[in-house]
Design a protein around this ligand. Structure first.
Ligand SMILES: *[C@@H]1O[C@H](CO)[C@@H](O)[C@H](O)[C@H]1NC(C)=O
Ligand SMILES: *[C@@H]1O[C@H](CO)[C@@H](O)[C@H](O)[C@H]1NC(C)=O
Ligand SMILES: *[C@@H]1O[C@H](CO)[C@@H](O)[C@H](O)[C@H]1NC(C)=O
Ligand SMILES: *[C@@H]1O[C@H](CO)[C@@H](O)[C@H](O)[C@H]1NC(C)=O
Ligand SMILES: *[C@@H]1O[C@H](CO)[C@@H](O)[C@H](O)[C@H]1NC(C)=O
Length: 453
């Protein structure tokens, strides 16, 4: 393909500076997505011999990338394949996603226990959901399959739905011994909502839609969605029965709810869901103050952590998908994504290769930062510019490749401790050996939260 040769050529040429992007030319957009995907994957060596498939550098440590981001990255590569048609990374991402399923095929591998949030688990599952929705090739028949993986994670999370405090919701952390077990947040319950709405849309099974309603209602009941402005706040503490809010606003909290609500509208056609989608989009305006996406809680001050540097990747994708499944949002969403893509191309002008992406899309010069999150966010915003050339995600009745298994997750347990596969003694050893990991577990997703609580 012409754009791939072009891409290869510009990676070789020196004195490349910034990514030349014409959003009206699909070859130019594919070229931009390829360049950024290449930069992103330069961080990944999980497919090399002796390495662990699915791990990004420093997996599980504060200096490195937390375990969940690998799963999120594979989802972004499924998007890359879907929008550009380039299957370069298909085998690598399939290998990583299957290696990390864990003994119970529920994306709770023992190694991840010391910082396992419900949201961490869900990010892997949402990538599996995406594989099904976008008709990504199925895993080999003797391996776990995409939709059953999501159904299993759903079953585990429903088992952890917690009515003892705050009238419901999901706690952030899965296990009692981790910091963050006392916190119920928009992203954990929001991911369950997002998965449930998509499972409902994909399978047509109303059990999932009922759970989606329940999760969304709970989020509103504790004012994680501001009743007046529809701002989406980060979380609430169970220690005071969820009466005091942490009002930090992260773009992915908005995005995860927006896309879930859009799927609910798509399935139900109801005016109520239309109103929720529209109101969330209005509340989301905080994230494009000048018409370009911005991680407002940390971007100006340049103190976003590695997690937060990746949030715009998911927000971009969820906004693009929302425009597909709830077309009445398209006139609002498209100009934001287009302007953000142009701005990101300008920001991808750093590093030795001249095409390394920083985070500050509104800024005319490279911000000096580099990493998986910045590359992923730029790649995803470029991908969105190809949306008009692809079909939308699969809906019930369409020809999905991945088959539902209503029994998946039947053996799910309500686990406040790791599964029987890991004894507590093992856990103690792990925590002892990696005490820093343990202490810093609280700085996983939404880490700034703890500072401000
Ligand atoms: C690992 O994946 C990269 C693509 O990201 C590829 O270039 C490389 O050849 C792969 N390595 C192995 C050992 O398959
Ligand atoms: C868990 O960690 C061990 C030791 O680092 C590694 O050999 C193994 O492959 C890891 N398992 C998974 C599923 O990541
Ligand atoms: C905690 O909040 C829930 C609803 O948010 C309420 O039903 C319950 O009565 C409250 N419990 C206490 C002890 O205040
Ligand atoms: C629902 O979403 C699908 C894509 O998943 C789209 O093709 C369809 O047009 C949407 N339905 C409505 C009523 O907009
Ligand atoms: C719908 O999904 C639920 C939860 O996975 C499952 O228990 C139930 O059997 C499914 N119903 C049908 C008709 O497949």
């Amino acid at each position: 393909m012409a754009w791939q040769r072009l891409a290869a050529a510009s990676l070789l040429a020196f004195a490349v500076s910034a990514i030349d992007l014409d959003i009206n030319d699909p070859d130019s957009v594919k070229h931009a997505a390829f360049i950024t995907s290449h930069g992103m994957m330069s961080y990944y060596s999980g497919n090399e011999s002796g390495q662990t498939p699915g791990y990004l550098p420093g997996s599980g440590t504060p200096e490195g990338y937390y375990w969940w981001e690998g799963g999120a990255m594979f989802g972004s590569l499924i998007d890359y394949w879907y929008y550009t048609g380039d299957s370069t990374y298909n085998d690598v991402l399939t290998q990583g996603m299957l290696f990390q399923v864990g003994v119970d095929e529920n994306y709770q591998p023992d190694n991840a226990s010391t910082s396992l949030g419900n949201d961490d688990q869900a990010f892997w599952a949402m990538s599996a959901m995406k594989a099904a929705e976008l008709r990504f090739p199925n895993p080999p028949e003797d391996k776990p399959q995409w939709v059953p993986l999501v159904q299993t994670v759903f079953a585990y999370q429903v088992g952890r739905w917690d009515t003892k405090t705050c009238g419901g919701g999901l706690r952030w952390q899965v296990f009692q011994f981790n910091n963050g077990y006392d916190y119920k947040n928009a992203i954990s319950t929001g991911c369950l909502f997002n998965m449930a709405s998509r499972l409902g849309k994909y399978t047509g099974n109303s059990t999932y839609l009922d759970w989606a309603e329940k999760a969304y209602d709970w989020i509103k009941s504790v004012d994680l969605i501001d009743p007046k402005t529809y701002a989406v706040y980060d979380g609430v503490s169970v220690t005071d029965n969820c009466t005091s809010l942490n009002r930090l606003q992260w773009s992915y909290n908005f995005g995860v709810l927006l896309y879930g609500a859009a799927c609910m509208w798509n399935v139900t056609g109801s005016d109520q869901w239309k109103k929720e989608v529209t109101s969330l989009l209005t509340g989301g305006q905080v994230f494009w103050p000048k018409g370009v996406l911005k991680e407002v809680a940390c971007e100006d001050s340049a103190n976003c952590n590695n997690d937060q540097k990746s949030f715009k990747a998911y927000t971009s994708d969820w906004m693009a998908e929302t425009a597909k499944v709830a077309p009445f949002t398209e006139p609002t969403i498209s100009p934001i994504l287009a302007a953000s893509a142009k701005a990101a191309a300008v920001q991808c002008s750093g590093g030795n290769d001249g095409v390394t992406c920083g985070m500050k899309w509104g800024q005319s010069t490279w911000d000096g930062s580099a990493g998986v999150g910045q590359q992923m966010a730029a790649m995803e915003i470029f991908n969105t510019q190809l949306a008009k050339y692809v079909a939308g995600p699969i809906t019930n009745g369409d020809s999905g490749l991945s088959k539902s298994d209503p029994n998946a997750g039947n053996s799910a347990t309500t686990d406040a401790q790791p599964s029987s596969h890991t004894s507590l003694i093992d856990m103690g050893d792990k925590a002892g050996a990696g005490i820093l990991t343990f202490l810093f577990a609280a700085t996983t997703i939404g880490g700034a939260v703890w500072v401000s609580l």
